[in-house]
Design a protein around this ligand. Structure first.
Ligand SMILES: *[C@@H]1O[C@H](CO)[C@@H](O)[C@H](O)[C@H]1NC(C)=O
Length: 228
């Protein structure tokens, strides 16, 4: 029993100090962006201690196919520093909130060649032992353009169909109204004609020549009726 307690305390003493000093850093795992757009690369950490005023974040970048990482950003002594060399010197903005353990950066105007691995390291003194975390960035050019074209085509087709349906609907209404009108005129003469004209309601403005034709037909039929 004593041996067990001794062992347990050794194990606990071994674990606890390590835990209480370790800092665990989180980034995403992979992010996708479009050429020309911007992307937020987030970085946060977990630490057993209160958030220190001396929190630091640092970001490095390793392009795909390269073995060397370059430093691109530091947050230290309460101020952000963008490295004045390298591919992101004009395109990087600090968008984190160190008091909330957030060391996120924004990469603007993404380039096709930005593919690579971004690594974030954070320290929350005296909690400084932790493993940096990495996020892979993939910048796409072609696929989103195709997707955009497809989306546009679908929207276009849907809109076209809607317009077609509306046009057909009004055309049918117009034709049906005309047909009822002329049928009633030819079969039942004046009285019914007036009724059907009222039913016709706000029909789309008719082509003046057609109106004339209809009127002349009306007159013809009226005169025929008069002759009888
Ligand atoms: C970046 O990654 C994407 C996705 O894998 C790929 O399509 C593209 O060709 C890559 N860009 C470069 C410059 O290699």
């Amino acid at each position: 029993m004593l041996t067990f307690l001794a062992l347990a305390s050794v194990v606990l003493l071994g674990i606890v100090p390590e835990q209480s000093q370790a800092i665990v850093i989180y980034t995403g795992w992979e992010r996708h962006g479009l050429v020309g757009s911007e992307i937020r690369l987030s970085c946060s950490f977990f630490s057993w201690r209160w958030t220190s005023d001396d929190v630091t974040f640092s970001w490095t970048y390793r392009p795909d196919g390269s073995r060397d990482s370059i430093s691109i950003f530091h947050y230290t002594n309460g101020a952000p520093y963008v490295d004045n060399k390298g591919p992101f010197r004009d395109r990087l903005e600090f968008v984190g909130n160190p008091s909330r353990r957030d060391g996120s950066i924004l990469i603007k105007n993404l380039d096709f060649n930005d593919n690579g691995t971004f690594t974030c390291d954070a320290k929350n003194p005296p909690d400084i032992v932790g493993r940096p975390s990495s996020v892979r960035l993939l910048v796409f050019e072609q696929v989103p353009i195709q997707a955009g074209v497809i989306t546009g085509a679908i929207i276009g087709v849907v809109l076209g169909l809607l317009v077609l349906i509306v046009v057909i609907y009004y055309l049918m209404r117009f034709l049906v109204a005309r047909r009822v009108f002329s049928l009633s005129v030819s079969k039942h003469g004046k009285k019914k004609k007036e009724g059907s004209q009222q039913r016709q309601g706000p029909a789309p403005p008719a082509d003046p020549s057609k109106v004339k034709a209809a009127t002349s037909e009306k007159k013809k039929q009226e005169s025929r009726k008069d002759k009888k």
